[in-house]
Design a binder for this molecule. Structure first.
Ligand SMILES: [Zn+2]
Length: 60
């Protein structure tokens, strides 16, 4: 869990509290965080998810 969290920390920004875009849970306490980066109006947006299930639900 420590290793997974450190990997996600690389993507975190200070002003963005990491909450799952799908269910709203804090991804910091999730065991399988996922981060998806998209570009909206020329700005990179990071979307955080607490699990693969939430990521897949959001994508569909
Ligand atoms: Zn979630």
């Amino acid at each position: 869990m420590t290793i997974a969290f450190s990997r996600v920390m690389v993507e975190l920004t200070d002003e963005d509290p990491p909450e799952c875009r799908q269910c709203g849970d804090s991804v910091a306490s999730a065991s399988k965080q996922r981060v998806v980066s998209t570009v909206e109006d020329g700005t990179a947006i990071h979307h955080y998810f607490c699990s693969d299930d939430c990521l897949e639900a959001w994508e569909s």
